[in-house]
Design a binder for this molecule. Sequence first.
Ligand SMILES: NC(=O)c1ccc[n+]([C@@H]2O[C@H](COP(=O)([O-])OP(=O)(O)OC[C@H]3O[C@@H](n4cnc5c(N)ncnc54)[C@H](O)[C@@H]3O)[C@@H](O)[C@H]2O)c1
Length: 327
Amino acid sequence: MKVLITGGAGFLGQRLARELLNRGQLKGPNGQPESISELVLLDVVAATGFEHEARVRVEVGDIAERATLERVIDTQTHTIFHLAAVVSGQAEADFELGMRINLDASRLLLETCRTLGHQPRVVFTSSVAVYGGTLPAVVQDDTALNPQSSYGMQKAVAELLLNDYARRGFVDGRVLRLPTISVRPGKPNAAASSFASGIIREPLNGVTAVCPVAGSTRLWLLSPRKAIACLIAGCEIDAAALGIQRVVNLPGLSVSVDEMIAALREVAGEAVAARIEWQADARVEKIVGSWPGQWDTSRAQQLGLVGDRSFAEVIRSYIEDERISVS
Ligand SMILES: NC(=O)c1ccc[n+]([C@@H]2O[C@H](COP(=O)([O-])OP(=O)(O)OC[C@H]3O[C@@H](n4cnc5c(N)ncnc54)[C@H](O)[C@@H]3O)[C@@H](O)[C@H]2O)c1
């Protein structure tokens, strides 16, 4: 089986590639495991670290160009993980770029598949940014979409496109709405949710972190490990089990910032947890405060998607993955 990851040099794309190579197989259209013969990693920058992996083909190109998609998708490409995107802050700052990459390119990818006519499995990573405005106390998969950002709108339109291409039988599509991924290694980024990793990552690395929201603020989180496991499990769900509703909210953890810090104290001790300073940021509070706090994940669980058991477990998996020593 040939597998394509768009955004293959990104944070989740790289991790997904490694996990797929470790597994070596994915369920094919008939529900039986098939060996991965080729894994194509498409991105505007070259994915690195796969030089000695014979199954990997690194492709550098712009996903918004038809010729790029025609180069990386053919009738043997049975599985596509469509991760390429510009993130929320960038899509808000540059409307045209967000439209081109998050929306136009998604449609072009679906059109390329429709034209080839081989009905590949397409896994699309959406976001909780599709929700907004007045929300019910508990958000369901089919709660009305009301995005409050251009990024959220672009993801919402791409979701609808994918659902309809699946209904028409052009692709076997799956939309997985990702919670905020925490703990994300590396440096802080421009996302409003960046602190959701920073307040854990920085103290564990001996650095003081600034928390811009109140301790009572609730977040919806999933660890990188479980996010990758859910992308693969989501890809392997039997199409009949999904039915016509191709969109699933992944099973995140609903935790308050205070609970996150208590988990950090439990795992790493008081001295580490004390490396957090509080400095309210009205802009971040407004954005993060508009996100839903409680979710019904029963459908995800019925479909076999498994999240983290506790935020302490999330921190422990970060420490293990990044080989951090906690004395
Ligand atoms: N990480 C999160 O917290 C989170 C939460 C919700 C949804 N998502 C979604 O998950 C997906 C992956 O997220 P991530 O955290 O790995 O992001 P990322 O920014 O690390 O990866 C996205 C990749 O897309 C690539 N890309 C951008 N424009 C491109 C183009 N024109 N052609 C080809 N590639 C292009 C980028 O170079 C980047 O490597 C995205 O669709 C994102 O919207 C992520």
